[in-house]
Design a binder for this molecule. Structure first.
Ligand SMILES: [Zn+2]
Length: 811
């Protein structure tokens, strides 16, 4: 088959009559701020108690709402306003608006909420700049759920909140609120009905839907996320492709609508287990589940010829199981098969190509983003060739948009100046310019897959030059958390720590113990079963740190159980009344009661045991707090609080919330329970191992969090319990990060501040430019260094090496 024929077929299909949706622009404006006066605007936007009314202003020729945030001398947690709406966002991608906030420093974060039924969809955002208007886009799939919303089709209010960060007034301006993405040709079907039948699948649905939408975003393809509760023939009208990322079950009506969609010329890209009607429409016959017979059994998908245009030959993915599938007779072929880690074929189909589209026999795991993105793009482009042009144009348009630079020329000029004649940087810049020119030529010849590949090369080379042009700061401490006790990214500790050292990192914070388990032989905590088979993880980590000259601070998850302990252990805690009790009297099985003397002894002894047995450089607290305001109201807490108070609480626990004076004492009591452990560990560990460094991962907004979660870390710094402190500033937004760090420097006082940077929390998790921006901010604010969260596969696979070229280059 000539590679052009499916392209032509798809082009013809795309121009079939009735294929294009008819957007209704009027319906897409939520609020154009066309109010004649303040009174009209105030009738629409209702302030929350304590927030002032809005007013209508013109800023730089933009008609906007002014929203004042009076944080000086007030007690409001946020400034917040509600707009009553009647919005159907079921068939939209989300909303966008313009925002201007000349001084975001008194604001700890921004939220946008959509109210639906008895719940909310909530998103966070932040302005990127302080000098002008920012366009903010909120996509539905990036929201979290509070309460029980009635679906995206029934949004009856939008709420904008700016959260208090400091005791200073500020203001923000809002303009041009609109709905986005109604005309997208790709619909990603999210299995919102799945968690109702299988609550355990909630997180999987979120993760695998997001791994697909992330690929589409990065490829520059327009899409919308459609809840499977909203899939109808009307909602699919005008779409070209429906993608099912993880939809093991689906309402009957949605299945029928998808079958009709295929019949009418629509195409499917489906993953893993799909319901029967959809499988029939997709032209596949599903078989059983097959688990890996050994680790690395399913290691990559290898595509057979003829490959669709732009399809990589191999897509790495470590799947732990698959759902066997084959093409229905006469409907298609096996396009890719699973190979194991040694490159041997397993005999299992990985990707089917049928007359209805593509089917993958597992979900899309969010790793190896570039290969996944190319695979998805090649599938989409094969089904609708015009998408290749869309992606190629978007990718070319993004070349040079890194860091502060708006385009390629600006980036090239600035990087060349910063390089000061460095030959390797110049070479990378020249190569980037060459590939960019190639991309333009290929696009002009309609060779879109090749053009896109050239654009990606250009961006990668420019990024390398940008990283090379960065400079390290002498004497800076560069720490990184590592979640996995076995070592980062499956590398093993020796190689993982060698890479850290080679790229200029000085301190490692490996997670080795929790409230309920230890990753090394312990007399205090239950020991992970893997320790018996694989050995002492802490000893292995420490040996690697010694060998490569990296300091090792052992990270303890304090009050939180991670479910790593044997069931009997947690059952024992429950029986002995050592778990937290909520306001409503229910037990919180994940959190230990901090006032319980036995719990406190285990907390302290488990950390001091490490100081005694291992020559570690430090001990690091985490989860050294309450989960929220909802704890702990157990009988023991009551007894101990009343003893501290010297009197009885008449109505327990209601009075703790209804009587402000009592509430203040209660908040003090909560703080004291947490602080007591920090004080005891600090004193005993320093006695046991002089010179040991005590540090903590803490919430970013101390004045709020000392009440909200009982974490009084400014006091820990003031009293000298800590040797450094790591507030978890995991925001991707520079302005928010900067305002947080500036305030934290004052709270930390003389204690070195090592602000936490949320690399793994961003999308994508390999965004080294965002990381470099944060490091630059930390330097500007003269912190002792920084702490990266965390040593993830993305970090092991490239981010660290890019840092090592410049910003953290080993001196
Ligand atoms: Zn308690």
């Amino acid at each position: 088959m000539s590679p052009l024929s499916p392209v032509l077929a798809a082009l013809l299909a795309a121009h079939a009559p009735g294929a294009a949706p008819v957007p209704d622009p009027a319906a897409d404006v939520v609020d154009a701020i066309a109010y004649p006066d303040d009174a009209a605007a105030r009738a629409a936007w209702t302030p929350m108690a304590g927030s002032p009314p809005v007013s209508v202003v013109a800023r730089d020729g933009v008609r906007a709402l002014r929203m004042a945030c009076p944080f000086a001398g007030t007690r409001i947690e946020r400034a917040s306003w509600d707009l009553a709406v009647r919005l159907d966002l079921a068939t939209a991608r989300g909303v966008s608006f313009r925002l201007r906030c000349p001084d975001a420093s008194p604001i700890s974060g921004f939220s946008l909420y959509f109210r639906s039924g008895d719940g909310w969809y909530a998103a966070t955002f932040a302005p990127a700049s302080r000098d002008g208007w920012d366009m903010i886009a909120i996509d539905k799939e990036d929201t979290t759920i509070e309460g029980t919303p009635a679906g995206w089709g029934r949004i009856d209010a939008i709420r904008l909140s700016a959260w208090r960060g400091a005791e200073r007034d500020t203001e923000l301006f809002l303009a041009d609120v609109r709905v986005t993405g109604r005309d997208a040709r790709i619909a990603v079907v999210r299995g919102d009905s799945v968690p109702r039948a299988a609550p355990d699948e909630t997180e999987s649905v979120r993760i695998y839907t997001q791994s697909v939408t992330r690929c589409l975003q990065e490829a520059g393809l327009a899409y919308l996320v459609l809840s499977d509760l909203d899939v109808t023939t009307a909602a699919l009208a005008g779409r070209r492709i429906a993608i099912l990322p993880h939809n093991p079950s689906m309402p009957e009506g949605a299945q029928a609508a998808l079958a009709a969609f295929v019949k009418g010329g629509g195409r499917l890209i489906t993953f893993y287990a799909i319901p029967g009607t959809v499988a029939a429409a997709a032209g596949i016959e599903a078989g059983t589940h097959v688990r890996e017979t050994r680790p690395g059994f399913f290691a990559s998908m290898r595509f057979a010829d003829p490959r669709p245009a732009g399809m990589p030959a191999e897509v790495p993915q470590r799947s732990w199981n698959i759902r066997v599938a084959r093409p229905a007779p006469g409907r298609g072929r096996v396009a890719a098969t699973w190979h194991d880690a040694d490159g041997a074929p397993t005999g299992h189909a990985a990707v089917l190509q049928t007359d209805a589209g593509f089917h993958v026999t597992h979900v899309l795991i969010p790793e190896d983003g570039a290969a996944k993105r190319r695979m998805l793009l090649a599938m989409a482009g094969h089904l609708d060739a015009s998408l290749w042009g869309e992606a190629a144009r978007a990718t070319a348009g993004r070349i040079g948009r890194i860091g502060p630079y708006a385009d390629f020329d600006a980036a090239r000029k600035a990087v060349a100046e910063a390089a000061r004649g460095d030959a390797a940087t110049r070479a990378a810049l020249d190569a980037a310019a060459k590939r960019r020119a190639d991309a333009a030529g290929l696009a002009a010849a309609s060779k879109f897959p090749e053009s896109l590949a050239a654009s990606e090369d250009a961006q990668r080379l420019l990024l390398e030059a940008y990283c090379r042009a960065q400079r390290p700061a002498p004497g800076e401490r560069r720490a990184i958390w590592c979640h996995t006790p076995e070592g980062a990214g499956g590398l093993g500790w020796d190689e993982a720590v060698r890479r850290l050292a080679a790229n200029g990192f000085t301190d490692l914070i490996p997670n080795m113990l929790w409230a309920d388990a230890a990753a090394y032989p312990s007399d205090v905590l239950p020991v992970l079963p893997e320790v018996r088979s694989k050995g002492d993880f802490l000893a292995a980590c420490l040996a690697a740190c010694r060998k490569h000259g990296v300091r090792c601070h052992v990270w303890k998850v304090n009050w939180n159980c991670w479910g790593k302990a044997p069931k009997e252990y947690v059952e024992g805690l429950r029986r002995e009344g050592r778990l937290q009790v909520r306001f409503d009297g229910s037990t919180n099985g994940l959190w230990l009661c901090p006032s319980n003397p036995a719990n406190r002894t285990v907390q302290v002894d488990s950390m001091v045991e490490i100081a005694r047995r291992y020559a570690v450089d430090g001990l690091h607290f985490d989860y050294i707090r309450y989960p929220d305001r909802d704890g702990c109201f157990c009988a023991g807490c009551r007894e101990r609080f009343e003893a501290a108070l010297g009197t009885k609480v008449a109505r327990w626990p209601q009075d703790l919330r209804s009587d402000p004076a009592l509430e203040a004492r209660w908040n003090d009591f909560r703080r004291e329970q947490i602080t007591a452990v920090v004080a005891a560990v600090s004193a005993e560990a320093r006695k046991t191992r002089p010179g040991i460094q005590i540090s903590a991962a803490v919430f970013p907004n101390w004045p709020v969090d000392r009440d909200a979660v009982g974490q009084d870390w400014k006091a820990w710094c003031d009293r000298g319990y800590l040797d450094f402190v790591c507030p978890m500033n995991y925001t991707p937004h520079d302005a928010t990060f900067e305002s947080l760090v500036a305030q934290q420097a004052a709270w930390a006082g003389k204690v070195p501040l090592m602000p936490g940077i949320g690399l793994s929390c961003w999308s994508p998790p390999d965004d080294v430019v965002r990381l470099i921006d944060k490091i630059a901010i930390a330097r500007r604010l003269k912190t002792a260094g920084f702490t990266v969260f965390d040593y993830s596969p993305a970090a092991t696979q490239g981010v660290l090496a890019l840092c090592g070229l410049g910003i953290t280059k080993r001196e």
